[in-house]
Structure formats: C-alpha cells, structure tokens
Write a protein that binds this ligand. Structure first.
Ligand SMILES: NC(=O)c1ccc[n+]([C@@H]2O[C@H](COP(=O)([O-])OP(=O)(O)OC[C@H]3O[C@@H](n4cnc5c(N)ncnc54)[C@H](O)[C@@H]3O)[C@@H](O)[C@H]2O)c1
Length: 251
C-alpha cells in the first residue's frame, strides 16, 4: 500500500492512536498535517516524522473551535495545495460516574470535543476535498459507540453520535467521491486508558475480563484499520463503523 502524495489531516495527533496513525501514514508517503490542542505534542509527532524522512506540518487546533478547525484545513491547503484524507480522532474520555452524577460542564466537554468536534472538522474538510477530486474521512468512534457503557454515559452517547454523523454524511457525499467511515476501537493501550485505570483501579480487571484475547489493542492495530478505510483499498466501503475489539462485543 502507498499513500504517496496524499495529504492527510489528523486531529489529536499528539498522542496515542492519532500519533500512531500519523507516523504510519507518513511512512507510507503521506504528507501529514498533525494537530492537537497541545501544540507541543503535535510538534513532537512531526519531529518524529521528519526524523524518519517523512513530511508534515503541525498546528494547534482545538476541535471545538470553528476558527481553529478552519485554520487547520487552511494549513493543509497552503502547505500542500489539497486535502485527500482526514482522520477526526481527537477525543476525551470524560469522568467515570453514573449519568445522574455527571454535571453539565462535564457533559458539555465530552459532547463538544467528541461529537461537535467531529462535525466541525467535516464541515471544513469536505469543501476542501470537493475542491479537489474528493477524499476519504475516518472518524474515531469507539466500542462505546455501539454498546452501552456503565459509568460513562456521556462518552457512549458522544461516540454513538459519531456513528450517526458518519452514516448521514456518508450518504450526503456518496456521489461526490467522498467516503466517510468510522472505527470503533475497544480498549487500546494509550494514555487515555492509562488515566482511566489510574482513576478507577478496578477498570483494569474489567478491561482484561471483557476481552476474549485478554489484552488491550495496540495503537498500531487501530492505525492499520484507519489507514485501510482512508485508502483506496476500501473504495467501496462507505458509512461503515468498523469494530476493532479483539471480539469483546461478540460475547
Ligand atoms: N484508547 C482507547 O481505548 C480508545 C478506545 C476507543 C476509542 N478511542 C478514541 O480514540 C481517540 C484517540 O484517543 P487515544 O486513546 O489515542 O487518547 P489520547 O488521550 O492518547 O489522545 C487523544 C488526543 O486528543 C487530544 N485532544 C483532546 N481534546 C482535544 C481538543 N479539544 N482538540 C484537539 N485535540 C484534543 C489530546 O490532547 C490527545 O493528544 C479518541 O477519540 C478516543 O475517544 C480510544
């Protein structure tokens, strides 16, 4: 597989799944626009890419802010003249609490980053793709986008929302050469899960027991699936939510 000369935006590229996807796409020849709310982390991702002979630029982008998102797409166009691929990956886990104990600010944060952020990104990415020959978008949902999760209702609601958004936008642009898909990772070894386990130590046991393979996913395994959906190898896959959970959801 090659992504030679493809231009790819990745949000939340300063850590975890976003960084792994950026590194892998760059190694396949894509030019990367790596953004994150933590600018220094996005910069570090690009330093890693450049050190390995790849190409890319970074920017601070808070996906909840239209101005940042517009500037992110503007950067892809000014640096590389087009946009082929967008991975809308930025996300937050939110608090672990019963739905009735979640306060409004906590609800708003999770919905704004995980759901509104994905919509805002597509709002600006799609016109840029339409100005070219089309493109491919991969939104990062979650296993919590297809199953309910006790003690994390806002997160599950936001990730279910990402799938509804993905399917709807996929229908709207299917005849304009833009495909929109989602990945739904199960528990994956990233700082987000490390924080979860730190805050709720019993989570580790739950995570291991819920996995038929008795292990977490790796960021590389999720990146491979994102790249498959982003690439022309998946040219007839549209509006799909691909679950990557080692079989956790089939029990
Ligand atoms: N790790 C898992 O088990 C898992 C499982 C399913 C889905 N996911 C999803 O995968 C995506 C990546 O998560 P991860 O596990 O790599 O976590 P992570 O915490 O390592 O990375 C998330 C990145 O998003 C960035 N971010 C947070 N808020 C932002 C904002 N407002 N604007 C821009 N960037 C922002 C963070 O700075 C961070 O770099 C998230 O959408 C997450 O919900 C993760």
């Amino acid at each position: 597989m090659t992504l030679l000369n493809k231009v790819a935006i990745i949000t939340g590229a300063g850590s975890g799944i976003g960084r792994a996807t950026a590194l892998k796409m760059a190694s396949l020849g894509a030019k990367i626009v790596a953004t994150d709310i933590h600018e220094a982390n996005a910069q570090e991702t690009i330093s890693l890419i450049l050190a390995r002979g790849g190409e890319g630029v970074f920017a601070k982008c808070d996906v909840t802010q239209a101005r940042d998102v517009e500037a992110m797409v503007g950067l892809a166009l000014s640096a590389y003249g087009k946009l082929d691929i967008a991975v809308n990956n930025a996300g937050v886990g939110g608090v672990m609490a019963n739905a009735t104990d979640v306060d409004e600010a906590q609800w708003d944060l999770v919905m704004n980053v995980n759901l509104k952020g994905v919509w805002l990104c597509m709002k600006y990415e799609i016109p840029a793709m339409l100005n070219g020959i089309g493109g491919s978008i991969v939104n990062v949902s979650s296993l919590a986008g297809v199953l309910g999760f006790r003690m994390n209702a806002p997160y599950a609601a936001s990730k279910h929302g990402v799938i509804g958004l993905t399917k709807s936008v996929a229908l709207e642009y299917a005849r304009k050469n833009i495909r929109v898909n989602a990945v739904c990772p199960g528990f994956t070894e990233t700082p987000m899960v490390a924080t979860l386990v730190e805050e709720a130590p019993k989570m580790e046991e739950f995570v291991m027991k819920s996995s038929p393979m008795r292990r977490l996913g790796s960021v590389e395994e999720i990146a491979d699936a994102i790249i498959y959906l982003a690439d022309d190898s998946a040219s007839f896959v549209n509006g799909h939510a691909l679950v990557l959970d080692g079989g956790a959801s089939i029990q």
